[in-house]
Design a protein around this ligand. Structure first.
Ligand SMILES: *[C@@H]1O[C@H](CO)[C@@H](O)[C@H](O)[C@H]1NC(C)=O
Ligand SMILES: *[C@@H]1O[C@H](CO)[C@@H](O)[C@H](O)[C@H]1NC(C)=O
Ligand SMILES: *[C@@H]1O[C@H](CO)[C@@H](O)[C@H](O)[C@H]1NC(C)=O
Length: 380
């Protein structure tokens, strides 16, 4: 389901009702951002990363490709300007790039200021895996990648220089993080849980499998596949009126939705295992994002968070500060003073502070299968 975008002429801004994963970016600057300090990498060659996904990974693709504009307070905690990210700062992919001491990934569709020597970001806010042929479904993102690769190789064949050469493509990391919007739409459709687990989820996993296979048969060898997060812990889902609290677990999350996320990940992990043994020379690392994010929410105080289930930017106040009609940037929205106390930025997306914890946990290797470090692909 595409994000619902509503225009509120009164405020003069295009406000976005973020039904699911969405994004933003303004001018051209995304590519040139300095990753800041803290980067230290054991890479023995220049790391190249190609990312595919939705707003969890979109560093400005929807802003560039669809012309969306998401002004401050988006970006306020780190970039201090609109970058196209649906977050007050950095996304997980940004922290992962920092860990490699490389620049943030340029959105593939960003015409100005982009630098593709470190790869490209095909992720677009609101993206799903199905239907597969609409912009910017996962399949379309993979087709865009194939176009970019062919352009690079054609230019090199003419004797000119291109951002990534054949070795670069072969040694690159291919990161996939998608499915949250598919899962959210499935639960929103009123489909039965059984139908979601046995029909909808397998169809989505099949698309991800197809993407990995297509990339592999086009020379990709190194994959990094994120599972989905706990859908039932999003303020957006928790704010939906319910008859009683019998579906809430001990962390205050909706158990049926988290069960759906768990099923999704089981099936995705199984496909990663299957492809790992099937595809010669391929390394496919699966990351248990559900365990990472759920532990962050359940144990939020230990990480310095005060509000695990309330959006910083939204409307309506406690307990969730989420109103589907007045999301972050909507007319009359409210934004918290200190986003570092909140896990959720806008009811759907995590804050810069929460993404830092998620990225740290990813980089710990503890949640990876097999247990390879994130920089495994750029070592000799
Ligand atoms: C990170 O990159 C900068 C240049 O952009 C370089 O000066 C620095 O030494 C690098 N750090 C590591 C740990 O590779
Ligand atoms: C809670 O609501 C559900 C319907 O959503 C109902 O089946 C259940 O019996 C209710 N439980 C209690 C304790 O009222
Ligand atoms: C919660 O965080 C504390 C402090 O980091 C840690 O010791 C504890 O193991 C964590 N609990 C869980 C359930 O992970």
């Amino acid at each position: 389901m595409a994000p619902v975008i509503t225009s509120h002429s009164g405020s003069g801004v295009v406000a976005a009702v973020l039904v699911m994963v969405t994004v933003l970016l303004a001018a051209a600057a995304v590519a040139q951002e300095d990753p800041g300090e803290g980067g230290s990498s054991a890479c023995s060659r220049r790391p190249v990363v190609f990312a595919f996904g939705d707003s969890n990974t979109d560093t400005g693709g929807a802003a560039a490709g669809l012309g969306y504009y998401f002004p401050l307070p988006e970006g306020r905690a780190f970039f201090r300007r609109s970058t196209g990210r649906l977050c007050d700062g950095r996304l997980v992919i940004d922290y992962l790039c920092e860990s490699l001491n490389m620049s943030y990934l340029s959105p593939y569709l960003e015409a100005l200021g982009s630098d593709f020597t470190g790869g490209a970001n095909f992720a677009i806010s609101g993206s799903t895996t199905l239907p597969r042929n609409v912009p910017f479904a996962l399949h379309v993102q993979v087709q865009q990648f194939l176009h970019l690769k062919q352009r690079n190789l054609d230019i090199i064949a003419r004797g000119e220089s291109a951002p990534v050469d054949a070795d670069g493509f072969r040694n690159a990391l291919y990161l996939i993080d998608i499915g949250q919007n598919d899962l959210s739409a499935a639960f929103g459709s009123g489909a039965s849980y059984d139908d979601i687990v046995h029909q909808r989820i397998p169809a989505v996993i099949s698309e991800i499998k197809d993407a990995i296979l297509t990339l592999y048969y086009n020379g990709a060898q190194n994959f990094w596949v994120h599972g989905t997060g706990p859908l039932g812990c999003l303020p957006q889902k928790l704010a939906i009126p319910r008859a009683n609290d019998s579906d809430l677990d001990y962390s205050g999350c909706l158990k049926p939705l988290n069960d759906g996320s768990y099923e999704f990940n089981n099936q995705l992990c199984a496909v990663c295992d299957q492809l790992s043994s099937q595809l010669r020379g391929a390394t496919i690392v699966y990351i248990d994002i559900l365990a990472i994010k759920y532990e962050l929410i359940a144990n939020h105080s230990a990480y310095g968070f005060e509000e695990p289930l309330m959006a910083c930017c939204g409307y309506g106040g406690p307990p969730y500060n989420y109103d589907r009609d007045v999301s972050c940037l909507g007319p009359g929205f409210r934004v918290c003073e200190d986003g570092t106390k909140f896990v959720s930025w806008d009811g759907v997306h995590y804050t810069d502070a929460a993404n830092a914890v998620v990225a740290d946990k990813i980089l710990s290797g503890e949640f990876s299968r097999p247990k390879l470090p994130f920089d495994y692909f750029c070592k000799a």
